[in-house]
Design a protein around this ligand. Structure first.
Ligand code: HEM
Length: 509
């Protein structure tokens, strides 16, 4: 009799278990081809156009597959906040890159590190050096370097692209190691560019076979085509790049000749790193600063110059605000920030108008997860489509600082604050945000005070149009363009000369 009841009880139970465990669908996305998946659906010339189409077609979350790797693109603040902030434990990892990361050793840097314990200590040091108290000590240096940049721009306005890059590089290297550079031919810059190129190449699908077949890393060096020889060469290059400036600061500290810097200040006031190797942690944390902070700052400055040449009305409004406050008596400083609301929203609009890191830095899902009924498979690479979020709504192609002003005046704009997305999210958000914001404010407010930026004029007196185009890549620079940058008036010229005397290029702090 009991045996009759068993199927009646067990069958619904099994059905319930099957329903609960039924494989969840993957998020929507373009149809995948066998083996290659969506490899050829992402046009290399303009991947953003494809991302835009998919955002409109599939919504906030899109699934792609490339050669067996799952890629999940997040197109809205809702999934980003849910996954990167509320479920940070699963989504604060970076993708594992075999060749440049594991074998060449760049995975020890703060930006790629996946070792929770080490990475947390690196973030702690970065927070001490670049947080509100740390960032404050660099303000005099930032103001001096801005004065130097302005004088160079006055001398060589046609080279504004190169000067923006030099200014951003100079700032990060001074702050990180106390290294002062004259030009972009400096050996450290060259090495940093080589390493960045290594990373850029290494994260491209197909660059190294070992990234598809990780067990190849165990093949010894003497076997033809083994990854070991390439890895050893890269590793030596990476070690030299990371060790040299760090050791040089230590030697200078021993000789009492070290200039003030992030590394020197953290070395002289060592914090507890929970039994880990303090110098190793600091060395690798510092090594990321130039590549992470230099380019993004330079991109924002160049985009600002382009936007001002294209939008004279916004430039005039910002200059009127500065003139009313400063009355031609001095250059702006960080203390003026609260009194310059229009300049502030112009800067926010630059961040939004062109996002320097359009797809952020990729993350990885550590475990299988379900979001809105969709399966996000373990190991998926997660890309926040920051550029897509920035262009949401009807302000797609315009330059409209006012959208951020309205938001603060009466809360009527629903455009999310660019500061809430351009610097990333959750635990992995940019640790250099405050430093970058301070630098960009001083740079931008000072350029606006001293110069007028307009489209260039050809030999017939016609304006040369500017086509706002940006490079495709992890970091998206403006394509080279021409514009005119002239000192606004004879009075401003005098002001600039006086400010240079007041802010000598060399000096403490
Ligand atoms: C306009 C300037 C900048 C922008 C737009 C920017 C943006 C970003 C973004 C989007 C990320 C990825 C965050 C994520 O995964 O959610 C990031 C990471 C990072 N940024 Fe920045 N950044 C800027 C300037 C700087 C500066 C000046 C520094 C240092 C001096 C810096 C250091 C870093 C580091 C070390 C990381 C890696 C953090 C980690 O993986 O834990 N950045 N930044």
């Amino acid at each position: 009799m009991i045996s009759l009841w068993i199927p009646l009880i067990v069958a619904p139970l099994l059905l319930a278990i099957r329903l609960v465990r039924r494989p969840r669908p993957l998020p929507p996305g373009p149809r995948r081809k066998p083996i290659i998946g969506n490899l050829f659906d992402v046009p290399l010339q303009n991947p953003f156009a494809a991302f835009d189409t998919w955002r409109k077609q599939y919504g906030d979350i899109v699934y792609l597959e490339v050669l067996g790797n799952s890629i999940v693109v997040l197109n809205g603040m809702d999934p980003i906040t849910e996954l990167f902030e509320r479920r940070a434990g699963n989504y604060s990892h970076r993708p594992v890159v075999q060749m440049v990361g594991e074998l060449m050793g760049i995975n020890r840097s703060i930006g790629l590190n996946n070792n929770d314990k080490v990475w947390r200590q690196q973030r702690k040091l970065a927070a001490i050096a670049l947080g509100p108290v740390g960032a404050k000590q660099y303000i005099p240096l930032q103001e001096r370097l801005v004065a130097l940049f302005l004088s160079e721009l006055e001398e060589r306005p046609g080279d504004f692209m190169g000067l923006c890059e030099l200014a951003a590089a100079r700032l990060i290297l001074e702050i990180t190691y106390g290294i002062s550079i004259e030009n972009m031919e400096n050996p450290y810059i060259k090495e940093a560019e080589d390493i960045f190129e290594l990373v850029r190449r290494g994260v491209q699908p197909g660059a190294y076979l070992v990234d598809f077949i990780p067990w190849l890393k165990h093949v010894p060096a003497w076997v033809p085509f083994s990854s070991q020889a390439t890895a050893a060469r890269g590793r030596a290059q990476v070690e030299a790049f990371v060790n040299r400036p760090f050791e040089s600061v230590k030697t200078q500290m021993a000789a009492n000749t070290a200039r003030p810097s992030l590394v020197a200040s953290l070395l002289s006031d060592r914090s507890d790193v929970e039994g880990l190797d303090f110098e190793e942690i600091l060395k690798w944390a510092a090594s990321t600063m130039y590549d992470a902070g230099g380019e993004s700052t330079a991109i924002t400055l160049k985009s600002f110059i382009m936007a001002m040449a294209l939008h004279p009305e916004a430039q005039t409004m910002a200059q009127q605000e500065l003139d009313t406050l400063l009355n031609g008596s001095r250059l702006p400083t960080l203390d003026d920030r609260a009194s310059l609301p229009y300049v502030n929203v112009c800067i926010k609009e630059i961040y939004r108008w062109h996002v320097a890191i359009p797809l952020g830095l990729p993350r990885r899902a550590e475990k299988d997860d379900i979001y809105n009924g969709y399966l996000i498979p373990r190991g998926s690479i997660i890309l926040p489509n920051i550029r897509g979020i920035a262009e949401e709504g009807d302000h797609l192609t315009r330059f409209t600082p006012e959208i951020h002003l309205n938001k603060y005046a009466d809360g009527s704009s629903d455009a999310p604050d660019p500061l809430s997305y351009v610097f990333g999210f959750g635990r992995r958000a940019c640790p250099g945000k405050l430093l970058a914001e301070n630098s960009l404010f001083i740079f931008i407010a000072s350029i606006l005070t001293v110069f007028r930026i307009t489209k260039d004029i050809d030999s017939d007196g016609n304006e040369i149009p500017i086509d706002p185009k940006f490079q495709i890549g992890l970091m998206s620079h403006p394509e080279p363009f021409k514009c005119r940058i002239v000192v606004r008036s004879p009075e401003t010229k005098k002001l600039l000369a006086n400010q240079l005397l007041d802010r000598p290029i060399r000096g403490g702090g």
